[in-house]
Design a protein. Sequence first.
Length: 465
Amino acid sequence: MGPDEGAPGALVSLSFRLQTVDVVPRAPSPYPLPEGRGGARGLRPGTTDAVALDDSFSIFDPSATDNPTTRQNPVSVLLPQGNFQPGHPAFSKVDPMSVETSKPVPRAGILDIAAYVPGKEHAPGVARVYKLSSNETPLGASPKAIAAYRAAAETLERYPDGQAVELREAIAAVHGLNPANILCGNGSDELLGLLCHVYLAPGDEAIITEHGFLVYKIQIMGAGADVVTVKEKDATVDVDAILAAVTPKTKMVFIANPGNPTGTYVPVSEIRRLQNELPKNVVLVLDAAYAEYVRRNDYESGIEVVSQNQNVVMTRTFSKVYGLAALRVGWMYAPVEIIDALNRVRGPFNMNSAAISAGAAAIRDQAFTQEAVAFNLMWIDKLTSAFEAIGLKVTPSVTNFVLIHFPDIDGKRAAEADDFLTSRGYILRAVKGYGFANSLRMSVGPEEANRGVIEALGEFLGRKA
């Protein structure tokens, strides 16, 4: 409701739900109140800045602008029907969450979400910078993927294939899967968001682990569901803790396997046990972004578990070993019923043509992929041994990064180490947001960067590397 005609102040209408709400008539206002449309009931005009007008409760907002004759932006909310008198609960309590301003307001819970913050990229004043904060491959993309990307520029006027058939068929051929069980997305992040959008609702619960990928929490909250966080054991997903947290409200469980930023993994036997004991209406999400790097006999990315069950999905990415982070390419392997449900809300052209073509070429070039994996295995071992030799603790990793823990000593903690390394052009990832306040995550980089970090940390700690 806007200012009443002839009124000296802006009339602000606060509405609230059928409940006890929190609007308290304010102290006497310097601005007299009009009778209002239909006449004021319940309060004497001119004595307070609150008045009941017909079926709504309105107040004058002296703070709307400095000029009481030109106040704008009324607040407008719905009141329950009825003739309210002084002393009625409606005059004493108004739920502030029910107030809507004249500007668009996100739905409840959205502004409680902490936005994802990527790793830093710049080191001011440093000539040569090595970005080791985002787990990107130092070998780059396959030459065949780059050629496919360039070829896609010849048809930029055309819409991409909305079904990403070329990419789905390439993934299916390499992994021996049915393309009907594959859904491709603008990075695996999009697919995680679609899962939450389709399978979670307000009042539902989704379980994550304390050091899990931050995007899980963001997408769960974005769907209006409640996040249930369980402890890990030795920086590794604890299946028993997850099962203990399951309630009738649980609708989804997220596991990063291997974990990020820990680099640890859960054996397939534990994944199977978890699936067996979860209610069958709970979706188990296996995020296997780093699966290509793992060389452990008791690890399985999730393909077998998905193939044998109706409530398990696996997500993968082309941003790591395939070197296509800039193109945002992800994929999901899931039961056809889940694929069908997600396709109903997925954007019709959610992937661009260059991403589809480059992704298909990248995954078919397994010789290049194995070169990247071999380089990574060599340097994971070298970095771990070198850091331990200078007194640092490193969480054993099966991925393309290491989690380095620093001593709790003034001047030698992770924050100081981060500043020291950045000043020399080496950018690592602070992981306080993941529950490791005194640790840094380092991606395996090119040889000169890896050796440089080893030497720099030896200097920082006063120990020869």
